[in-house]
Design a protein around this ligand. Structure first.
Ligand code: EPZ
Length: 420
C-alpha cells in the first residue's frame, strides 16, 4: 500500500508557515554525534522519515537515544557496540554514508553498505573513500559493503576532484579526531557544511574555513557533548515560496534564514514576486500576477541549488515566456519533466537543459513521484492544474518534507493524503 496525495488545483495560497530544521544539516549532525564521548542534545530537528532512519541506524549501533517534545533529541554515544550500517537501512537512505567518517575517525572501523544509485544519478562515493585512504584508512569493498579500518587516522592535504557535500562532511568528521592537521581543498560551501562545522566545534573540534572552499581541521584527542540547534531548511523555505509564487498568492515563512537562499530569491524577484526579508522571516507577495519565465543554472552553493530545480521547472511551466533550466550537478534529474508534460507542460529536454514554454494552465493527471525534490515539483504543478492531481509514491516526499499536506492546507491548498 502506498500513500498518495490528492490535490485540487486553482487556489491562490495565502498565510504563514513555520520552516523546520534542515534535513541536510540534521543528517550529518546526527552522524557527528558518534564522535562525542559525552551527551549531545539537538533541537529543531525536522520530523522526517530520513531522520527516523538515521535514529534507527544509531540505535542499532548501541547509541542511547531520548526523544523529547518538539523533536528535541538527546544522543549518548559514549558506549557503542556495533560499527555498521546494514543494507536494509542504507538502501532507503543514501545519506547513511555519513556514518563512515565518524566511525572510522573515533573507533577506527566501519562497515557501511555501499549506497546504491538512485533516480537522479549514479551518485558514486569514490571521493569519500579516496579521502579516507589518504588519511591512512584501509578501505575495501566486500559483498556490497564498504569495509574501513584504521589504527588512527592522520591528517592529510585533500584536494577533492569535485565539489561533494556529503564527501566534504564525511572527511571533515573523520579529520576532527585525526592525528595532525587536515586541509580539504575544493570543499563544498553549502550552509549545511558550515552548520556541521559549528556543531563539531561546539564539541571541541578545531575547524576553520567551513563555508569556503578550503577547510582546515586540527585533529584533537576527544570531543565532548554539547547542545545544538539545527539551522532552518533553505530548500523547504524555497519550496513554499514557489508554492505562493506559482499560485499568485502570498506567504510569510517564519523561523528561516533569508541569507541561506539568495540565489533563489533573485530568481523569484526576476519572476515578478515582491519579497521582503527580516532576520528570520521572508514575505513573498505575487499579488495575483502570473510569473514571468526565468533562466536557472544549478551549481554548488552559493549558486542556484539543484534541490530547487524541479520547483523552478513547475514555476516556468505556467509562466509568461520561455525559461531554460540547466542542471549541472546530477546527470538524471529531469524525471519530473516527463510527469509535468503529462499535465500539459510544454517543456523540451535538450541534454541537461529543460526549455520551458509557459502555458496558461496545466491540467490534472495521475502522476508518480520519483525522488524527493521531483515530488515537490509535482505538488507545485498540482496546486495550479485544473482538476484533481493524484500523486503516487509520495513516500519520497515524506523523506524530506515535514507534514507537507498540513502546511499546504493551512495556506488554503485543497490537498489530502489517501492510502489505497
Ligand atoms: C547532497 O547530496 C544532498 N544530500 C543532496 O540533497 C543534494 O542534492 C546534493 O548534496 C547537491 O547539493 C544530503 O546532503 C544528505 P554531492 P550528495 O556529493 O552529497 C558527484 C535532497 O534532495 N560525486 O554533492 O550525495 C555526484 O555524483 C538531496 O535532499 C562523485 O562523483 O551530493 C554528483 O554528481 C538529493 N563522487 C556531484 O558529485 C563522490 O564521491 C555532487 O554530489 C561524491 C559525489
Amino acid at each position: 500500500m502506498t500513500d498518495k496525495l490528492l490535490i485540487t488545483g486553482g487556489v491562490s495560497l495565502g498565510g504563514e508557515v513555520r520552516i523546520a530544521g534542515a534535513k541536510n544539516a540534521a543528517l550529518p549532525i546526527l552522524a557527528g554525534t558518534l564522535l562525542a564521548d559525552g551527551k549531545v542534545t539537538l533541537s529543531n530537528v525536522p520530523h522526517l522519515h530520513d531522520v527516523t532512519t538515521t535514529l534507527e541506524l544509531l540505535g542499532r549501533m548501541g547509541v542511547t537515544l531520548t526523544i523529547g517534545e518538539r523533536m528535541c533529541i538527546e544522543v549518548d554515544a559514549r558506549e557503542i557496540k556495533r560499527f555498521s550500517a546494514p543494507y536494509e537501512l542504507v538502501k532507503t537512505m543514501r545519506a547513511s554514508i555519513l556514518m563512515l567518517g565518524p566511525l572510522v575517525g573515533r573507533f577506527g572501523r566501519a562497515d557501511i553498505s555501499l549506497p546504491g544509485g538512485c533516480a537522479i544519478g549514479a551518485r558514486p562515493v569514490n571521493l569519500h573513500l579516496e579521502g579516507l585512504r589518504a588519511m591512512g584508512a584501509e578501505v575495501s569493498l566486500e559483498n556490497g559493503y564498504i569495509r574501513a579500518r584504521a589504527e588512527r587516522l592522520h591528517g592529510a592535504r585533500l584536494v577533492l576532484d569535485m565539489v561533494t557535500v556529503t564527501g566534504t562532511e564525511n572527511l571533515m568528521m573523520a579529520a576532527a579526531l585525526a592525528d595532525g592537521e587536515t586541509v580539504i581543498e575544493n570543499a563544498a560551501r553549502e550552509p549545511e557544511v558550515t552548520d556541521l562545522a559549528e556543531f563539531l566545534n561546539g564539541m571541541g573540534a578545531r575547524i576553520r574555513g567551513a563555508g569556503t572552499d578550503s577547510i582546515h581541521v586540527a585533529g584533537v584527542e576527544r570531543l565532548a557533548g554539547t547542545r545544538y540547534r539545527v539551522l532552518p531548511d533553505r530548500i523547504e523555505t524555497g519550496t513554499y515560496l514557489v508554492a505562493a509564487a506559482i499560485t499568485g498568492g502570498r506567504i510569510l515563512c517564519r523561523d528561516t534564514r533569508p541569507d541561506l537562499l539568495d540565489a533563489v530569491l533573485v530568481k523569484l524577484r526576476e519572476a515578478g514576486a515582491r519579497i521582503e526579508t527580516g532576520p528570520d522571516w521572508i514575505r513573498l507577495d505575487m499579488a495575483g500576477r502570473r510569473p514571468r519565465a526565468v533562466d536557472v543554472y544549478t551549481a554548488p552553493y552559493p549558486a542556484f541549488p539543484t534541490d530547487m530545480q524541479a520547483q523552478l521547472c513547475a514555476l516556468n511551466s505556467i509562466a509568461e515566456g520561455v525559461g531554460t533550466v540547466t542542471e549541472t550537478v546530477f546527470e538524471n534529474r529531469f524525471m519530473h519533466v516527463l510527469e509535468m508534460q503529462r499535465m500539459g507542460a510544454d517543456i523540451r529536454l535538450e541534454g541537461n537543459v529543460a526549455v520551458c514554454r509557459g502555458v496558461e494552465r496545466l491540467t490534472a493527471a495521475p502522476v508518480m513521484a520519483t525522488d524527493l525534490r521531483a515530488s515537490a515539483g509535482l505538488v507545485l504543478a498540482g496546486l495550479v492544474a485544473k482538476g484533481e492531481t493524484l500523486i503516487d509514491r509520495i513516500y519520497h516526499i515524506d523523506r524530506g518534507y515535514d507534514n507537507i499536506e498540513e502546511k499546504l492546507a493551512t495556506l488554503g491548498a485543497r490537498v489530502r493524503r489517501i492510502s489505497r
